[in-house]
Ligand binder design. Structure first.
Ligand code: GTP
Ligand code: MG
Length: 306
């Protein structure tokens, strides 16, 4: 029998590549929120996957982008730290057009960080399902092979699950031999409180447009589990605040006659019920917390403390 392997695999890449979607797909649970908006993930999120032969601790990270300070700085630092403490680096990029696109400056920057880290690495070319015909993948593979010469290059679809098992097998081979790092039944290091706030943030992003998503933060004010184990009617009661930076943004999140915030609430409730496994009372408040994305103490208060 082969020896048990375990370790951390950081999933890094440009914003919107599909990192969080892949984490969820591999773990088989929705741990990380994923939206069409770049820069959705703001924190490191672990997803633990235990098989008979290995335990992979997947580390979802914020997209690597040019950071101008504040929340962006926190995001990039978080991703860089995950990369430097990983055993294996999985670099995800997305196929966004039919024709192979020359890797950008941002991609070269990521390549340099990976090489500097001296870790084993794999490149995943995500979103192959977007190609009208699978043979269109060949120019992408050729271009990426010629530009970066990665030791392993795998085309896949995190959304459909195509080739995802093959990727996982390659990651496991690169992990060091070692014992489990987490209990076999652990799936994440994040609390239900954190995951609940993220679900609400996801719905707020999906229900609003343009630049607003970048200004949204969600805090959980109360998380009452008193009735959670009541066999007749288990329920968790949550009060949460959606923070925005300006009055105009508050008006958008609330919507005419509260239409938007109500929609955010009902969509959140559905996912929260799934996460918590019981009925959920959810009360949402919207508050203007001026320029929170750039104010240090506010960032810390919201948990963005890198
Ligand atoms: N067609 C297609 N879409 C995908 C695939 N994987 C992810 N997406 C979509 O791409 C968008 C971004 O996905 P995320 O998983 O949030 O990407 P991310 O890399 O985590 O993004 P950030 O957290 O912003 O860095 C979402 O709308 C996903 O549904 C895929 O395999 N195929
Ligand atoms: Mg993400």
């Amino acid at each position: 029998m082969s020896e048990f392997r375990s370790g951390y695999c950081a999933i890094v890449g440009r914003p919107n590549a599909g990192k969080s979607t892949l984490l969820n797909r591999l773990v088989g649970l929705k741990l990380a929120i994923a939206t069409h908006k770049p820069q959705t993930t703001r924190d490191r999120i672990l997803g633990v996957l235990t098989t008979d032969d290995a335990q992979v601790v997947l580390v979802d990270t914020p997209g690597l982008h040019k950071a101008d300070g504040g929340i962006n700085r926190h995001m990039v630092k978080t991703a860089e730290q995950a990369l430097s403490s990983a055993d294996v680096v999985l670099w995800m990029m997305e196929i966004d057009t039919d024709d192979a696109r020359t890797p950008s400056k941002g991609q070269h920057h990521i390549y340099n960080s990976i090489i500097a880290s001296e870790k084993p690495w794999i490149v995943a070319l995500n979103k192959v399902d977007k190609l009208p015909d699978r043979s269109r993948i060949l120019p992408w593979l050729k271009l990426w092979q010629e530009t970066f010469n990665p030791p392993i290059l795998i085309p896949l679809s995190a959304q459909d699950g195509d080739n995802v098992d093959e990727l996982l097998a390659e990651v496991c081979k690169l992990l060091p031999v070692g014992p489990m790092l987490f209990d076999a039944d652990t799936v994440t290091d994040r609390t239900e409180r954190f995951l609940s706030a993220e679900i609400i943030r996801e719905k707020a992003i999906l229900e609003t447009q343009d630049e607003l998503p970048y200004s949204i933060a969600v805090t959980i004010d109360t998380f009452n589990e008193e009735e959670r184990f009541n066999p007749d009617d288990p329920v968790v009661a949550i009060q949460a605040t959606v923070h925005v930076e300006r009055d105009g943004q508050k008006r958008i999140v609330v919507g005419t006659r509260g239409k938007v915030i109500k929609k955010i609430g009902s969509r959140s409730r559905r996912d929260l019920r799934h996460l918590l496994g019981c009925r959920v009372y959810l009360e949402l408040f919207v508050r203007v917390t001026k320029k929170w994305t750039h104010v240090d103490h506010q960032l810390r208060e919201f948990g963005y403390d890198q």
